[in-house]
Design a protein around this ligand. Structure first.
Ligand code: AP5
Ligand code: MG
Ligand code: ZN
Length: 217
C-alpha cells in the first residue's frame, strides 16, 4: 500500500502513521523525523534544516525531495510506505507525482485528518516526545504512566523546540498557505479520504483501516 497522510501540524499524523505502519506492515516515512535525525547526528543536511524548523517554515523543496526519494528507493520501502509530512506544498506534490510515474508506482490513497486550529494549538503545546525511542505523548490527552518519563524505554520526555506557542502559530499559517491546497490537488485525483482527527486515537486508526479494507486485529 502506498499512502500519504495529510493534515495540519498536530492533527495526529505521527501518531496514526506509526500505528498504521505497524498494522499494514509498511514503512513510516516522516520528513520531520528524518530532518530531526540529521540534526541529532550533526549532518550538513541537519544544519541546513535547523534554521527552517526552528522558525516553523519549510525546508527547501530540492533538499526535501532528494531525501524522500532516497528513502523510498530503499529496499524496505518496496512493500509499501506511509508518508507523514510530505508532500507539503504543490511543487512537492507535483514533483512526487513525477517520481511515482518514473518508477512505475501509484498512490493507493491520501488520508486527510481534519482538526480545527484551536484544538491543534492545545495539542502541540502539550505534546511531549521521547528522545530515546520517538514515542509521542500529551500532558493531558495521552499522558505517560509516570509523569515525564517514556512508558516504552524510561527515557525522560522533552518538548520539541518548534512546539513553543509562537512557532506553532507560524506552522499553522504555513500549513494554511502551502499545504492545505493539496487537499484539492488530491481530490481532483480522487484519492482523498477524510477522517475526523478529533476522535480518540484508536477510533481514528480503526476508521482508516476499515476504509482501506484492512482488518484491525
Ligand atoms: P513535522 O515533524 O512533520 O511536523 P508537523 O507537520 O508540524 O506535524 P507534527 O509532527 O507537529 O504533528 P502530527 O500531525 O505528527 O501530530 P502528532 O501525532 O505528533 O515537521 C516539522 C518541521 O520539519 C516543519 O515545520 C518543516 O520545517 C520541516 N519539514 C517537514 N517536512 C517537510 C517538507 N515536506 N518540506 C519542507 N519542510 C518540511 O500529535 C500531536 C499531539 O496530539 C501529540 O501530543 C499526540 O499525543 C496528540 N494526539 C494525536 N492524536 C490525538 C487524538 N486523536 N486525540 C487527542 N490527542 C491526540
Ligand atoms: Mg509528526
Ligand atoms: Zn521512549
Amino acid at each position: 500500500m502506498e499512502l500519504i497522510l495529510l493534515g495540519p501540524p498536530g492533527s495526529g499524523k505521527g501518531t496514526q502513521a506509526a500505528r498504521l505502519a505497524g498494522e499494514l506492515h509498511i514503512v513510516h516515512v516522516s520528513t520531520g523525523d528524518l530532518f530531526r535525525r540529521h540534526l541529532k547526528e550533526g549532518t550538513a543536511l541537519g544544519q541546513l534544516a535547523r534554521r527552517y524548523m526552528d522558525e516553523g517554515t519549510l525546508v527547501p523543496d530540492d533538499v526535501t525531495e532528494a531525501m524522500v526519494k532516497e528513502r523510498l528507493t530503499a529496499r524496505d520501502a518496496q512493500r509499501g510506505y506511509i508518508l507523514d509530512g510530505f508532500p507539503r506544498n504543490l511543487a512537492q506534490a507535483e514533483h512526487f507525482q513525477g517520481f511515482l510515474y518514473e518508477v512505475g508506482r501509484a498512490l493507493s490513497a491520501v488520508i486527510y485528518l481534519a482538526v480545527p486550529h484551536d484544538v491543534l494549538v492545545e495539542r502541540l503545546t502539550g505534546r511531549r516526545v521521547c528522545p530515546g525511542c520517538g514515542a509521542n505523548y500529551h500532558v493531558r490527552f495521552h499522558p505517560p504512566q509516570r509523569a515525564g518519563v517514556c512508558d516504552v524505554c524510561q527515557t525522560p520526555l522533552v518538548q520539541r523546540p518548534d512546539d513553543r506557542e509562537e512557532t506553532v502559530l507560524t506552522r499553522l499559517q504555513v500549513y494554511d498557505r502551502e499545504t492545505a491546497p493539496l487537499i484539492d490537488f488530491y481530490r481532483r485525483l480522487h484519492l482523498v479520504r477524510e477522517f475526523d482527527g478529533q476522535a480518540p486515537v484508536e477510533v481514528v486508526t480503526a476508521a482508516i483501516l476499515e476504509s482501506l479494507g484492512a482488518r484491525h486485529d
